[in-house]
Design a protein around this ligand. Structure first.
Ligand SMILES: [Zn+2]
Length: 294
């Protein structure tokens, strides 16, 4: 089964979960409502809970020419707006969440639950652009991929907070899973692998985090993401094992691991769906960008 066909199968399951969730929220059975089987109407019930959206903005860069170039690439590509549009179209949020790209003076990205705001520093995008540039062929593509995994990771944190999602385990792992799964659902496996690559760069260049840190180690995060990519379509990504990116012992577990995580996110988000999650705007924008050399 390909990642695409399996995704649609899981989306069918998520619709069923949404139907059940909508009936629960209205406090009556589907038969009572007279809406039994009317999926569109039931999905529309979730629209009534929609009070917010993700909003992307790009704050100006003061002087650094490289950061200005990165801002220009991110802003003109339309990639992040497309990703946000896809999630806004599908999800009912109880309040707005702002996503701000800005010059921070440090290489960082974080979600602040107090003001419901994601900060993505141009400096962090620059760091990963430098690391990915030779792999991706063009600095523009590298910059876009560098930001995409981090954007979805922080959106994962935001959704866990504003939807009060009942995750277990480390929140940082759940945010990585969300980022990888969104990219795999939208068939952006290369961007997901770019996200993995960023952690291998951090492992080499940054001092290891202490054992008490809320994150897994960089190399654990690297292998987890590579595992989800392989597990989403083990035939297509067999080279991850043959080129020793992923040891066989771990690869043996990845298909089950990927489908379990994918199904879990479907169930977690089902009560908040206005429509099926389809990352078509993101896909189309990436195709348009590639046609103009981005
Ligand atoms: Zn995080």
């Amino acid at each position: 089964m390909t990642a695409r066909s399996a995704f649609f199968r899981i989306k069918q399951l998520s619709i069923a979960a949404t139907v059940a969730a909508a009936a629960f929220l209205t406090g009556c059975s589907l038969a009572d409502t007279g809406l039994e089987g009317d999926r569109d109407t039931l999905l529309a019930l979730n629209s009534d809970k929609d009070r917010g959206d993700f909003h992307v903005s790009y704050r100006p860069v003061e002087a650094d020419a490289y950061l200005k170039a990165i801002k220009h690439i991110l802003e003109t590509s339309g990639t992040y707006e497309a990703a946000v549009k896809d999630l806004n179209n599908a999800l009912s949020l109880p309040e707005d969440v702002n996503i701000e790209f800005l010059e921070c003076g440090s290489e960082d990205a974080y979600y602040d639950p107090n003001i419901k705001s994601i900060t993505l520093c141009y400096e962090l995008v620059k760091r990963y652009t430098d690391a990915l540039g030779s792999d991706d062929g063009s600095i523009e593509t590298a910059a876009l991929h560098a930001g995409l995994f981090t954007l979805f990771h922080e959106m994962g944190h935001a959704l866990i907070d504003v939807l009060e999602l009942p995750i277990t385990g480390r929140e940082e792992d759940a945010a990585d899973e969300f980022a990888a799964i969104m990219l795999l659902w939208s068939e952006q496996e290369v961007a997901a692998l770019s996200g993995a690559h960023q952690f291998s760069v951090d492992a080499k260049e940054w001092e290891a985090a202490p054992y008490w840190d809320e994150h897994g180690t960089d190399m654990q995060r690297y292998y987890n993401i590579a595992c989800y990519v392989y597990g989403s379509d083990s035939d297509r990504w067999a080279e991850l094992v043959t080129n020793k990116t992923l040891p066989q012992e771990r690869a043996d577990l990845c298909e089950e691991d990927y489908w379990r995580k994918s199904n879990s996110w479907n169930k977690l988000l089902a009560p908040y769906l206005k429509r099926r999650i389809e990352l078509t705007a993101l896909n189309e924008q990436i195709i348009r960008n590639s046609q103009r050399g981005l």
